[in-house]
Ligand binder design. Structure first.
Ligand code: URA
Length: 204
């Protein structure tokens, strides 16, 4: 078994990890979700983006950030000079957590237990991609990546050294979508793009 594990670890590819993660039972979220939503992007990406968890659209599509938050993220990446196709995009938690509310499935924030249960997948993605920078989008991603709760506003936009990886913490694109005031949203959007512009210096 040990030999098997060693072989597996050194020969991991994202495709193999995705296949393995499809049957993940490390926490109960798999029961109600449609499927595991694994990370996606080039295996030689120099930047890895980490979100919170798949939303309704992602759960159905099986791909990360394809819904409204994904649209917002794509626009901000473009404005920061980052081609989304060049970065690896994943989530801290790889199953959609929700409660049914009539016809809709209402997003529920993942808890520490689910974040911890899912972290081995992030670790194995990290081992395969070996990015020069990890960007944590929002508090859940920051908690998973850094292994502790970190206030976003105090720590955003600077490079943090963690376990031999450079980490940049910023807000989650959904936060921008939730701001009711248009001026505040525009201001926060620019701040988000500023943070991503720091990330852009890690493109290669
Ligand atoms: N929000 C996330 O954090 N990740 C997704 O994939 C979609 C929405």
């Amino acid at each position: 078994r040990e030999t098997q594990r060693k072989t597996r670890d050194t020969h991991d590819t994202i495709a193999a990890l995705r296949e393995e993660a499809a049957n993940c039972r490390a926490c109960p979220l798999w029961k109600d979700a449609t499927q595991t939503v694994f990370g996606e992007g080039p295996q030689n990406a120099s930047i890895m983006l980490v979100g919170e968890q798949p939303g309704d659209k992602e759960d159905l599509a099986g791909k990360p950030f394809v819904g409204p938050a994904g649209e917002m993220l794509g626009r901000a990446l473009r404005d920061a000079g980052i081609d989304r196709g060049k970065v690896y995009v994943t989530n801290a938690v790889k199953h959609f957590k929700f409660v049914p509310r009539g016809k809709i499935r209402l997003h529920q924030k993942p808890g520490t237990t689910e974040i911890r249960a899912c972290r081995p997948w992030y670790e194995r993605e990290l081992a395969v991609i070996k990015p020069e920078l990890v960007v944590a989008l929002g508090a859940t991603a920051a908690q998973s990546v850094l292994g502790k709760i970190m206030p976003i506003n105090k720590n955003r936009g600077r490079l943090i050294d963690h376990d031999n990886t450079k980490v940049l913490v910023t807000v989650h694109p959904s936060y921008l979508l939730r701001l009711p005031d248009e001026d505040a949203r525009a201001l926060e959007y620019r701040h988000f793009v500023d943070d991503l512009t720091i990330a852009a210096t890690f493109l290669r």
